[in-house]
Design a protein around this ligand. Structure first.
Ligand SMILES: [Mn+2]
Length: 175
C-alpha cells in the first residue's frame, strides 16, 4: 500500500495536481491542512477511491468544512491526522507526542511548520511532510511524504519526496 501525504498547499492546487502526476499510482491521499480552497477538486483528481482521501483543517481553512483531527486505520496502524497548530508544533512535537501516546496512536502526522520532519521515537512515529507549496526549511524545496507498507514488513517506510516544480523554475520563488 502506498500513501501520499501532503500539507500546507495554501490554495496552490497546481502543485497538488503536479505531485499526483509525479508519484503515479497511490492508494490513499492525506492532506494535513491549510488547503485553503478546492478540497473537492483535490478529491476529484486523486487517483484513489474518494473514501481514501483524508483532509484535516488547518488554521487557514475557515472556509472549508473539514475536521480538526481525524483518526484513521492504515493496515492496522492507528494514525492521528492533525494540522498541529493546536499542539503548538512550531515550538516542537512535545505536546503532540504526549497526546498521541496518551491516546494510543502508533503514528501521528502533522503539518503547519512547513518543515519536513521524520521522528525517531520508537513508541510513536511522528512525521510531517513539510509544505508542498511554501517550504521553510533551508533548501526551500517543496516536499511531500510517501508512506509504504508491504503487508509483510513490520514497520511502515516513510520517504521524503521533492516536487519537480517547473512553475517555480519558470517564475521564481514567491516566498
Ligand atoms: Mn498552518
Amino acid at each position: 500500500m502506498k500513501v501520499l501525504i501532503i500539507s500546507d498547499s495554501h490554495g496552490r492546487n497546481d502543485d497538488v495536481a503536479q505531485v499526483m502526476e509525479q508519484v503515479g499510482a497511490f492508494d490513499m491521499l492525506i492532506h494535513l491542512g491549510d488547503v485553503e480552497r478546492g478540497d473537492e477538486y483535490i478529491r476529484s483528481i486523486a487517483k484513489c477511491p474518494p473514501e481514501q482521501v483524508h483532509f484535516v483543517s488547518g488554521n487557514n481553512d475557515y472556509n472549508l468544512d473539514l475536521p480538526y483531527e481525524k483518526t484513521i486505520d492504515i493496515e492496522g496502524y492507528r494514525v492521528l491526522l492533525t494540522h498541529g497548530h493546536r499542539f503548538y508544533v512550531n515550538g516542537g512535537t512535545t505536546h503532540l507526542r504526549e497526546y498521541a501516546l496518551a491516546n494510543h496512536y502508533d503514528i501521528a502526522m502533522f503539518g503547519h511548520t512547513h518543515v519536513p520532519y521524520l521522528g525517531k521515537d520508537e513508541d510513536v512515529k511522528i512525521v510531517n511532510p513539510g509544505s508542498l507549496s511554501y517550504p521553510r526549511q533551508a533548501d526551500r524545496k517543496q516536499t511531500f511524504l510517501i508512506m509504504e507498507l508491504d503487508g509483510a514488513s513490520k514497520e511502515p517506510e516513510f520517504k521524503l519526496g521533492y516536487l519537480k516544480s517547473s512553475l517555480k523554475e519558470k517564475y521564481g520563488n514567491f516566498f
